[in-house]
Design a protein around this ligand. Structure first.
Ligand SMILES: [Zn+2]
Ligand SMILES: [Zn+2]
Length: 528
């Protein structure tokens, strides 16, 4: 997948060499709903940046960037519309192209494979304003590296925040991440400082194809709170080692470079979160596993046969002197856990949230809509500064994202109720009505959520009197599958009816038969 490019500008303060310009980042649009709009994320400041597009035709950029030749082999800046990108950045902060001069390359940072789209790599350039006296816009401020760092690592609730371009472009990689020995084939991100995310290929569900491995190993830090009633202490932490076997070598390289006193935290049992556990067990049998007991009992002996410590939420963990707090967050599964890094107020949310779209709840592992809503409110009350999902990029507008989830779930639930009020009685009929616009391949994971919405409606006593929940439940297994196969096959045939291709219909038939055989064996619908 060809990467996209972004230009990020480090504009030095003509009055003070140690400072550079930050711009307040645009907030996501409001919801136009009092409840959701009452949850507000604090201001986020980052380097001004803009998309860097390829030039059309034979033209060349007129602005020269000293040192650009050092990028040969990675990116040819001469092929990009550098002038427009830089002008856009300067306009954003209230300056004209003539106000700046002497641009030089600072850094090129390749993004990890977060997905679902291609990575966005960043070209960082440095320059100074030519005229020393310039009035700053209200949305801009000069700031030094040490003050940014203190905003990032000594977070106070509701205080202003600093974004990832500053960390990637201006803060040197921490000694910790340099020592982690992360293979060069795996681009990673360190944000906030100390929290390292390595997206690794996994058996996850589309549109994603990687699971974020979180690695945390602070150096020489003192015990932040001085207390000693932690459930586990270690020198390093790994969260959700879920990579496919092709990446086990790389995972082994990371694990062996970490200190022996290793804590492994698993948010839940899905294969794309535990597939690498066996590698940790092999490389470091002294490692301690922390997870909810509902998670541990679903993890196979081949993945983990050593001891574990069951957690139920609120327990504290001490890693290299820094405090992390387990947060019980059922909904996706009944053993789902999140983890809050206290000093940066970063919340690792497992599969409760994903980088794009919404998470599917696992009806076969205690997934529950009431729990999902409650866990979402719990996260909002924690006021995290950043959300780290296990699939996709870090989210910088946590409250907005979580409110968006609540809004979408409620909208989906009212369409489920409407379908029922209009006469739908079976799982298939409800899915076919509510998801009529969605590709039928996705009706299987959608069915899992619909079942949970119906349970949630029943719990709230919102279902019409004539709707029989017992009759509905009888339609959730074989009945749903047989009707789905019929609907799926007919959609494939319809797609090809202008030019019928026997082979495609046969393939669809084989896929459908395989699905029903799988269903017979597993008798379950299991999202990841
Ligand atoms: Zn997952
Ligand atoms: Zn999952």
């Amino acid at each position: 997948m060809a990467a996209h490019q972004k230009l990020a500008v480090i504009l030095e303060n003509p009055q003070n060499d140690a400072e550079f310009l930050l711009v307040k980042q645009t907030r996501p649009l409001k919801f136009d709903d009092e409840e959701y709009d009452s949850y507000v994320d604090s201001d986020l400041w980052d380097l001004p940046s803009s998309q860097l597009n390829l030039l059309e035709g034979q033209s060349k950029p007129s602005i020269a960037v000293a040192g650009a030749e050092s990028l040969s082999g990675k990116i040819d800046l001469e092929k990009f519309d550098f002038d427009s990108a830089l002008n856009q950045v300067l306009e954003q902060v209230g300056f004209k192209p003539a106000d700046g001069g002497d641009w030089r390359l600072s850094k090129y940072v390749e993004e990890g494979q977060f997905g679902p789209g291609p990575p966005i790599n960043s070209v960082f350039i440095r320059g100074k304003l030519v005229a020393p006296e310039q009035n700053l816009q209200e949305s801009c401020r000069w700031m030094s590296v040490p003050s940014c760092l203190s905003w990032l690592v000594e977070v106070k609730p509701s205080s202003d925040r600093v974004g990832p371009l500053i960390v990637a472009g201006l803060l040197n990689e921490s000694e910790q991440s340099r020592e982690m020995n992360i293979p060069s084939t795996l681009p990673y991100q360190e944000y906030p400082p100390g929290v390292v995310l390595v997206p690794m290929g996994s058996r996850t569900a589309k549109p994603f194809y990687t699971t974020n491995l979180v690695v945390f190993a602070p150096k020489n830090a003192s015990n932040e709170s001085g207390k000693n009633d932690f459930i586990a202490c270690g020198d390093a932490l790994i969260v959700d080692p879920g990579c496919r076997s092709e990446f086990h070598e790389e995972l082994a390289q990371i694990v062996t470079s970490l200190p022996r006193k290793l804590v492994v935290f698993v948010t839940h049992h899905h294969q794309d979160h535990v597939d690498g556990l066996s590698v940790i067990q092999r490389c470091n049998p002294d490692a301690t596993l922390l997870a909810h007991e509902n998670t541990v009992r679903r993890i196979g002996k081949d993945d983990w046969s050593l001891g574990f410590t069951a957690i139920s939420g609120t327990e504290e963990i001490c890693i290299g002197g820094q405090r992390l707090i387990a947060v019980f967050s059922p909904g996706h599964t009944d053993g789902h856990m999140a983890l809050l890094h206290a000093s940066t107020h970063t919340l690792i949310v497992g599969d409760h949230c994903v980088g794009q779209g919404s998470a599917v709840l696992d009806v076969t592992a205690g997934g529950n809509m009431t729990d999902y809503f409650q866990s979402t409110y719990k996260f909002m009350e924690l006021s995290p500064h950043a959300l780290v999902p296990m699939h996709g990029r870090v989210n910088l507008w946590p409250k907005h994202l979580l409110c968006g989830y609540l809004k979408n779930r409620r909208a989906r639930e009212s369409s489920v109720l409407k379908a029922i009020e209009n006469g739908a009685e079976t799982l298939f009929d409800i899915v076919a009505t509510v998801y009529s616009e969605v590709d039928r391949r996705f009706w299987i994971p959608a069915a899992s959520n619909v079942r949970l919405h119906v349970d949630h409606l029943a719990q709230q006593d919102k279902l019409p009197k004539e709707f029989s929940i017992q009759r509905f439940q009888k339609t959730c297994r074989l009945h749903f599958f047989s009707r789905w196969i019929g609907a799926y096959l007919s959609s494939v045939v319809r797609l090809n009816c202008s030019k019928p291709r026997k082979s495609q219909v046969l393939v669809a038939g084989a896929v459908a038969s395989f699905a029903i055989v799988l269903y017979m064996f597993k008798n379950r619908l299991s999202p990841r």
